[in-house]
Design a protein around this ligand. Structure first.
Ligand SMILES: *Cc1c(COP(=O)(O)O)cnc(C)c1O
Length: 248
């Protein structure tokens, strides 16, 4: 198992790489939020990373988060735990939405009107407004979740369906849509996925013009193998698992 020193070394390297990529793109490193994706990582190591100053964590399964978050809380103490933010970065099935709303501060994977309506109702019952990102399937791969955007903007029908879905999400009063998220395809090298990140950003810019009442601040894109490219293309949240915690 990693020592705290191993984690710190990796984390230092990640922060240097974030800064290098940001400067290359004329951006400030502080514009990029690290989301440490802690799926499969035991609570002890999550707590270690939190003690090193990381504040934002991502999990991809509701059940796993339900088990680990209380364990992290008891390791850190409730005051320190209260300063952490938890993002759901994996697909959310409607039947698990209630648990997800209890556990997570932000959901990156709103990918259907049905799920949005369910989350809105649950957030309303808790008297809160839930920050969410809209997951978009930019690459058009069949196995991927997200609103279909493979044909945007050229394919008129698919684009109209995409805008209709976005408008339905924006109508939910207890959801605060803060931006877009995508999962890029697996690729032999990071350059190969640059067009996917660029398209997500272009879509975000288009939506910001169409629906200016929303902030559209966030682009959650980039993982361990391609986050520097994602930052060059405008990522504001990068979701890193292995780059921070080591191989799974
Ligand atoms: C696992 C996962 C990540 C992190 O993947 P790494 O390649 O380990 O950085 C990011 N986003 C999602 C949705 C994931 O499931």
């Amino acid at each position: 198992m990693d020592t705290e020193q191993d984690l710190e070394t990796r984390l230092d390297h990640v922060f240097e790489s974030i800064a290098t990529a940001a400067r290359r793109a004329g951006r400030r490193p502080e514009e990029v939020l690290l989301v440490a994706v802690s799926k499969t990582v035991p609570a002890e190591r999550i707590a270690m990373l939190a003690r090193l100053g990381v504040r934002c964590f991502g999990e991809n399964r509701v059940e796993e988060a339900a088990e680990k978050l209380p364990a992290v809380a008891s390791l850190l103490g409730h005051t320190a735990f209260g300063t952490l933010r938890w993002c759901l970065v994996g697909h959310l099935q409607s039947r698990k939405a209630a648990r997800a709303v209890q556990l997570f501060d932000q959901i990156h994977t709103v990918d259907s009107i049905g799920l949005a309506v369910r989350l809105d109702r649950l957030a309303a019952a808790q008297g809160r407004v839930l920050p969410v990102l809209v997951e978009v399937n930019i690459s058009g791969e069949e196995a991927k979740y997200g609103l279909a955007a493979g044909g945007w903007p050229e394919a008129v029908e698919q684009s109209a369906a995409l805008y209709d879905a976005i408008e339905a999400l924006l109508e939910q009063p207890h959801l605060s849509v803060q931006g877009l998220m995508t999962v890029a395809p697996l690729a032999a090298n990071a350059e190969a996925v640059r067009p996917v990140f660029r398209r997500l950003r272009r879509l975000r810019d288009d939506l910001a013009r169409r629906y200016p009442a929303q902030p559209w601040t966030h682009l959650s894109m980039g993982m361990s193998d391609d986050y520097q490219v994602a930052i060059e293309e405008g990522a504001t949240m990068i979701r890193l698992g292995r780059a921070v915690f080591g191989p799974r």
